[in-house]
Write a protein that binds this ligand. Structure first.
Ligand code: ADP
Ligand code: MN
Length: 515
């Protein structure tokens, strides 16, 4: 499932001011300087080259490409880039169509057909239907390596008796060499030599062949580089194009700016666009773009690998798909929470690694994190009881453990706490589910105790209150040991019965599926 539609209407936030809607990327707040398209493009090129260089020099540094929506200054430029990209896509498609026509012409009704597939510009990764795309780590047939042109037989001559022709026969070889140029890649301009009965010497032919090969290799390298740099940045051109399409389709009105850049995601603010028949778009949206940087996600393996909901799928997937799975996971978890009535962002749409949800905040200002807001002692107490309640609901009704719960992922909005950032949330029966829950409890307990809530349970009491378990250990170490023993018991149970069953769930409810 690639997208989901949820009827959503944020209650009070009004649509953006009229001036916002003129440019899909937001209103530039600096007057754009007039310059020619050529200038813009070359500047763009220079930037890209520099970025490429930087990426090569500091592969660990994850750079976020300056998107049009990140800063106001480069909106026009980036729109041009976008246009150029779309034009290029159009051009590539036409090129491929032409290639297909040529292919057809050459093959005709022949039983043996040749394919130009390797020379196509739009590769699966570029196309929209890239669900089955092959990642660069896959070792597939190298599309850039052309089959070698037929060479003179190894014995160095052909024919018999007086008709014998050696590879040194200038006329015959010259003609043959010219004809063999046809074996170069289609985009390699060989001119009209074939029609002109041009005779190429072996030396010239070999030089040309060498050149054609190195051109191909160069092109292959460029493609490779492009894909790798895509992996370095979250908001790569493809993501930008997807976002652009959302604006173009009227789903979003304006993408105004970046709210947050984390290690694993970038979050943007956007004004919602027009509602469709089956979907109401909230007036303000948050767009969470999961970074396509693989390094950062490696250490998250344990969350998803052991989550039985994703188990079967994990091993078969390429890294890009795994990242989409994080986005998908967040969507599913938010939907479960929504159904349980827990205050959290409402899912609008999921598109590949981009999750659009309702914005918690108002007029482009995101609601503050609990760690950044100063609450009255009354509100603090209120926030605590609400949090306790939500944790219980999350566990019992949603069958989930947040697994990254702290004052960093709780927002204060409309006089209550909102939970966000649930892509890593797991079911309690996850092999480390209870440890994650205990960590959540520790964070929550410490935060509210430090915040002066005298009633706040300590982490062990909170754990028991949320899980319904009755672990009696009165110190941290023993408590932790008991938790791990329970997890182990559950794992053994799974091993023996081949099915995940909660041996310790108080009510034994089956997992709640939201589809
Ligand atoms: P991560 O911490 O993994 O980078 P989060 O989901 O926590 O991703 O988002 C990062 C920040 O973006 C949050 O701390 C919050 O400030 C902001 N944010 C995320 N989602 C929303 C939302 N729906 N509404 C408002 N702000 C949001
Ligand atoms: Mn977060």
């Amino acid at each position: 499932m690639d997208s989901v539609g949820v009827a959503a209407a944020a209650p009070d936030a009004g649509p953006g001011p009229a001036w916002q809607s003129k440019c899909p990327w937001g209103a530039p707040n600096t007057a754009s300087m007039s310059c020619s398209l050529a200038d813009v493009m070359s500047e763009q090129l220079a930037k890209e080259l520099q970025l490429e260089e930087e990426n090569a020099a500091f592969p660990e540094v994850v750079a976020v490409a300056e998107g049009p929506f990140i800063t106001g200054e480069n909106i026009d430029t980036s729109s041009d880039l976008m246009l150029a990209q779309m034009l290029q896509m159009e051009f590539d498609r036409e090129y491929d169509a032409q290639l297909r026509r040529e292919e057809k012409k050459i093959n005709g009704d022949s039983k043996v057909s040749i394919s130009f597939e390797n020379y196509r510009k739009v590769h699966p990764y570029d196309s929209d239907s890239s669900e089955d795309e092959v990642d660069w780590q896959d070792t597939r047939h190298d599309p850039y390596r052309a089959d070698k042109p037929t060479t003179t037989p190894r014995r160095g001559f052909i024919g018999k008796g007086k008709d014998i022709t050696t590879k040194h026969d200038e006329v015959v070889c010259g003609r043959k060499n010219t004809a063999r140029m046809e074996n170069f890649a289609p985009e390699f301009q060989v001119g009209d030599g074939i029609g002109m009965d041009l005779k190429l010497s072996n030396q010239v032919f070999n030089a040309l062949k060498q050149h054609a090969y190195s051109e191909e290799r160069r092109s292959a390298r460029l493609h490779e580089k492009k894909e790798h740099s895509t992996a370095e940045k979250a908001v790569d051109p493809k993501t930008r194009l997807l976002l652009y399409k959302m604006v173009n389709a009227g789903m979003l009105e304006t993408i105004t700016g970046c709210i947050s850049t984390g290690k694993e995601s970038v979050v943007f603010h956007a004004y919602g666009g027009n509602a469709t028949e089956d979907k109401v778009i909230p007036p303000e949206c948050a767009i969470k773009v999961f970074k396509t940087t693989l390094n950062e996600f490696k250490n998250r393996d344990k969350y998803i690998k052991d989550d039985y909901r994703f188990k079967d799928r994990f091993s078969k997937l390429n890294p890009r798909k795994i990242i989409r799975m994080w986005a998908e996971k967040e969507m599913h978890n938010l939907t479960r929470m929504q159904n349980a009535g827990i205050p959290c962002p409402q899912v609008v749409i999921l598109k590949k690694h981009i999750l659009v949800m309702s914005f918690i905040g108002k007029d482009q200002v995101p609601a503050p994190k609990l760690k950044d807001v100063t609450l009255s002692s009354e509100d603090m107490k209120k926030a605590y009881y609400q949090t306790l309640n939500m944790m219980q609901q999350l566990y019992k009704e949603c069958n989930l453990v947040h697994a990254d719960l702290s004052e960093y992922n709780m927002l204060w909005h409309d006089g209550k706490v909102w939970l966000i950032d649930v892509s890593q949330s797991v079911e309690p029966t996850h092999p480390h589910g209870l440890e994650f829950l205990f960590r959540d409890c520790r964070n929550v307990s410490q935060f509210f105790q430090k915040g002066g809530v005298a009633e706040a349970l300590n982490e062990r009491e909170l754990f028991n209150a949320v899980s319904g378990l009755n672990i009696t250990a009165d110190n941290e170490v023993d408590f932790q040991a008991e938790i791990e023993a329970l997890e182990k018991m559950n794992e053994d149970h799974v091993q023996n019965h081949g099915k995940k069953l909660s041996t310790f769930s108080s009510d034994g409810d089956p997992p709640i599926y939201d589809e």
